[in-house]
Design a protein around this ligand. Sequence first.
Ligand code: RIB
Ligand code: CA
Length: 319
Amino acid sequence: MSQNPIAEPRPIIIDTDPGQDDAIAILAALAAPELEVLGITAVAGNVPLELTARNARILVELADRPEVPVFAGCDRPLRRDLVTAEHVHGKTGIDGADLADPVVELQPQHAVEWMAETLLAAGEREITICPVGPMTNVATVLETAPEAASRIREIVCMGGGFFGGGNTTPAAEFNVFVDPDAAQIVLHCGAPVTMLPLDATHKALMTDHWINRVRALGTRTGVAAAGMLDFYERFDVDKYGTTGGPLHDPNVIAYLLRPHLYSGRHCNVEVETSSPLTAGMTVVDWWNVTDRPPNCHYITDVDSDGFYDLLLDLLARLP
Ligand code: RIB
Ligand code: CA
């Protein structure tokens, strides 16, 4: 993978609910010299907060990056009860890999406080925020410190779905379904938002051949990642009847590193926050039929081979 020796690494914060796909996104980001992971903020989502924070600590240790601070954030959505997804990710959230409890400590500061402080100490449009779970932490920062939005270079999130429907209800994708109010706040915060929705992630399905190439790396990271992915993909293969499952969250990292692998459109995206039938739906004005201003770079296509080649390259860099 070519690396520009001159460019400064891009500072990012990963906001996450590990989750096996989150795990691959975190490992990929930690392996990429073009990125500086300032910190990882855990949020309740796939599993409760205590486990997402534990899993994030396990992952920085797996990548041999114990110096990357992990913070625990919000343990429930802004205005709703928490919905989790153990049926997808297993009881721990990262079932499939036999990983020891973490030694590295959780940071004592609340993730929201740390994220707000970090943004307010940064320059204009300096830091990229990468939400790959429910956007509760990020929305809380934006609500409590609105001026922080000007320090955000871009919010690149995994969430939403429109043309292909939802994966949690017919209308809603999980991250936005869990906290639709948070997603709507993020979409209207004024910082540039890029959304990697199911309409893109479902066009890049894992194959057993690729998972076996990850396992064949023979490293502790490769073996652990392959174990997690074996466990994780079974749900989507059964659900969609496909030969492989989508690997949602790492698309955020791949987009940062290789934006040419992706295409989409700058358009208006709004989130349904009240209807019991469609709560969490991302309503995408793809044909600009309303006068609602564009507020999102909505991604709909991905070069799947390029995506998986990049991920394997990055995972191969880890111990
Ligand atoms: O809908 C997919 C998203 O929900 C991914 O972020 C996955 O980790 C779950 O959080
Ligand atoms: Ca996630």
